[in-house]
Design a protein around this ligand. Structure first.
Ligand SMILES: [Zn+2]
Length: 201
């Protein structure tokens, strides 16, 4: 069983203040969360930067990923180190994730830039039911939608600054291995939690 924050932005996102170094440092010192996804906006450059800094630490894992803005809403692709082919439509991003054995997630479906109820029928593998930047109401609606349609629900802080890191997390029945984590998400072997207290510097 591991705890993972599946939604984080680094300075490669443009609107984030979290440097790759800050992300790795917080992961190293965190007592229980030992894996984090890097999901920058339309960029995978941060993934290699963070992975390089994390390489000396065998007890932490960086999940590669990206957050893609489609005309209908944002979708996370977890597991990828490449960008989907353009144009970035919902269908193209979902298909890309399937073809590359990655996991597609409807990010914060009931917030701005969310897919809304269409998330459930968009073909995504999972729905983000606990987003650190969404209201309780928006998260509850997302959870209800995932339940209604039998889709796995994941959690991610959607951090854009170091103090937001790991505010929520997904507990996954897997070891610190990207493929195991992706498979476990698809099987729904996951639970979501809000951290009682996030580590701040
Ligand atoms: Zn985001």
């Amino acid at each position: 069983m591991i705890q993972v924050d599946l939604h984080n932005h680094t300075t490669f996102s443009g609107d984030s203040f979290t440097t790759p170094k800050a992300l790795v440092e917080q992961l190293v010192v965190h007592p229980t969360i030992k894996a984090a996804a890097v999901t920058d906006h339309g960029s995978i450059e941060g993934v290699s930067a963070v992975k390089a800094l994390a390489a000396p630490y065998p007890d932490i894992l960086i999940m590669p990923g990206v957050e893609i803005t489609t005309p209908r809403g944002d979708i996370l692709v977890l597991g990828t180190e490449e960008l989907p082919p353009t144009p970035w439509t919902v269908e193209a991003v979902v298909d890309f994730a399937k073809e590359t054995d990655c996991v597609s997630v409807a990010a914060h479906p009931f917030r701005e830039w969310g897919l809304g109820e269409s998330a459930a029928t968009s073909g995504v593998d999972a729905i983000e039911i606990l987003n650190g930047g969404s209201s309780a109401i928006a998260n509850r609606k997302a959870r209800d939608l995932a339940r209604e349609f039998g889709l796995p629900g994941v959690a991610g802080s959607d951090s854009h600054r170091p103090s937001d890191l790991f505010s929520v997390y997904t507990e996954i029945q897997a070891s610190l291995d990207v493929d195991e984590i992706l498979k476990a998400i698809k099987k729904g072997l996951i639970s979501v939690f809000a951290a009682e207290k996030s580590i701040r510097f």
